[in-house]
Design a protein. Structure first.
Lengths: 323, 102
């Protein structure tokens, strides 16, 4: 299943231009890349959020596949219903057009996934519907004006957890949703970014191919909410992976596999340098806040160590290296 | 697109023309525009895969896909394509952002 751009470019672009996403929105790019792999036989559901608002401004739609707009909290429930409907019609031979397989994709932002839609997502995953849930994680409620969500990292400035004289941004660490999804013991869970197009395309392909539910968590740097130059959105993705802020990994039937391991001796990017490019972390570089930066680094290191251990722990016995 | 009367609307507000957002010209939003220098292009297609607005024109008629330019109707001028364009030929990138003449 080798993916290359020369082949990918011949597939149909199922998200048209002219949608109203901000200039440099990496989220719209995620949708494009997902749909290139998914193809026409797909039904997409979108939870309320940036990508729903910008792609379907009435009377326009940027989608060239059937698309259902749902409320904030129930996209997973909606798509699981559509999937069940498809199976029932197929079983009784009532499908208007005979089809072997269709793809069912639910798309939600971090607000609609980490917070508001968590219960419907958990339910759909537990019931084992043959669907893929894609979360584009921009780490705050960007659509409504950058309010904090449970995906917002420690120290980030948001409009409801602002940095000022008393407080210095969000005081809690982000929730590890990918781990929550792994705990559902579904066949496929993965984390990726749009910069790593080969990785993303492979993961979407795998997620659609598994029999049962799959979950993808995709990092989506937001030029408005994170305060950076729109041109460097993809570079932010690249560096987030290089400094372990957003590791690329997948969990197939409970087995962890890290897809990219930065060199320990010569890391390409430091977390602090990566944070410096983003206005949401600006206050952390003021004198007196050095401690908070250390705390950010500690959290990233701790999560990375945990991931490394999980990979070893869940590996096939023969592939474990004996020290 | 002219506005429809309430009696002309579809049930449930269903939009029946798939992908009709392409009629909406987001090109007016732009301040900077990518300039395509075909001599420097190595046809890596990075601009095409990273464009959030499907605004890179690719000619698929030949054996190899070829980038032919920018779809200015939709390009919002974010500059991702120019930032990702690898400066391979004599250290020059094929896409450079320039301020658009009004």
């Amino acid at each position: 299943m080798a993916v290359n751009l020369k082949k990918l470019v011949r597939k149909e672009d199922l998200l048209s231009g002219g949608h109203r996403a901000c200039a440099g929105c990496t989220g719209a790019n995620i949708l494009r890349q997902v749909m290139l792999v998914a193809g026409r036989d797909t039904i997409v559901g979108g939870a309320t959020g940036c990508m729903e608002v910008v792609t379907t401004v009435y009377p326009y739609t940027a989608w060239k596949v059937p698309y259902i707009h749902t409320a904030f909290e129930n996209v997973a429930a909606t798509i699981s219903g559509v999937e069940t409907g498809f199976r029932a019609l197929k079983k009784f031979g009532d499908l208007p057009v005979e089809r072997e397989k269709m793809n069912f994709i639910a798309i939600g932002g971090d607000g609609g996934t980490y917070d508001i839609g968590l219960q419907s997502l958990s339910g759909a995953m537990e019931r084992g519907h043959n669907m893929v849930y894609i979360c584009y994680d921009n780490e705050a409620y960007m659509n409504t004006g950058i309010q904090r969500s449970s995906a917002t990292p420690f120290g980030a400035h948001t409009s409801t957890a602002p940095a000022g004289k008393v407080k210095q941004g969000k005081e809690q660490n982000r929730k590890n949703l990918t781990a929550i999804m792994v705990a559902h013991e579904i066949p496929y869970v993965a984390q990726t970014t749009p910069f790593h197009w080969r990785d993303l395309a492979t993961k979407v392909e795998k997620a659609l191919a598994v029999d049962g539910p799959a979950f993808l968590n995709v990092l989506m740097p937001c030029t408005i909410g994170w305060h950076f130059d729109p041109a460097i959105g993809m570079q932010i993705c690249k560096e987030a992976v290089e400094n372990n802020f957003w590791p690329l990994f997948e969990v197939e039937n409970g087995k962890y596999k890290i897809n990219y391991k930065p060199s320990e001796k010569k890391p390409k990017t430091q977390l602090a340098d990566w944070m410096k490019q983003q206005g949401r972390f600006k206050h952390l570089f003021k004198p007196g806040n050095e401690e908070l930066l250390v705390k950010c680094q500690e959290y990233v290191d701790q999560e990375w160590e945990k991931l490394l251990k999980l990979e070893v722990m869940t590996a096939e016995p023969e592939s474990v290296k004996t020290v | 697109m002219s506005l429809k009367k309430a009696s002309e609307l579809t049930e449930g507000g269903i939009i029946t023309e798939a992908g009709n957002a392409s009629e909406y010209k987001t090109g007016d939003w732009r301040t900077f525009v990518p300039e395509f220098v075909v001599e420097n292009c190595i046809q890596c297609l990075f601009c095409w895969i990273y464009c959030p607005d499907s605004a890179i024109a690719v000619d698929l008629s030949g054996e190899k896909p070829e980038v032919t330019g920018i779809i200015l109707e939709h390009c919002k001028g974010c500059g991702i394509c120019a930032a990702e364009c690898p400066p391979v030929k004599k250290g020059k990138a094929a896409l450079v952002m320039v301020r658009e003449a009004k």
